[in-house]
Write a protein of this length. Sequence first.
Length: 144
Amino acid sequence: MKFWDSSALVPLILEEPHSKACRQLVRTDPTQLVFCFTRTEILSAIWRKRREGLLDATDVQAAEDRLDKLAEHWTEVDSVTPVRDAAEKLLRAHPLRAADSLQLGACVAIFGTHRRDREFVVLDDLLAEAARQEGFKVVVPRAR
């Protein structure tokens, strides 16, 4: 089981350069571990593209349907207080945005100090570097 940041899940919902690599990786990880606000971040990405005129109403509905289907198989980290506490420590140590600190904070909260062999799937470079520094094995699906 790998922890998936929303940046690596969006390409499973919307076609992007990393979509093929993310689809290949998700096949090897049938139950993804995610933060409980990951759906919110993915919906934000979908609707941002809609407002930018990159998706029409049919595309949005298809994307939301794919999100629902994907979410049926993932496990959510929903203990918010330990995630918040971990995220606040991460913000002091790394140049992260709040949402990214919460994603990594969820991974820290669920795995604790047993991080060395735990995989963190991410496409964001700053978040990937912070995860490496925190002792996680970072997996970055490569665009092909």
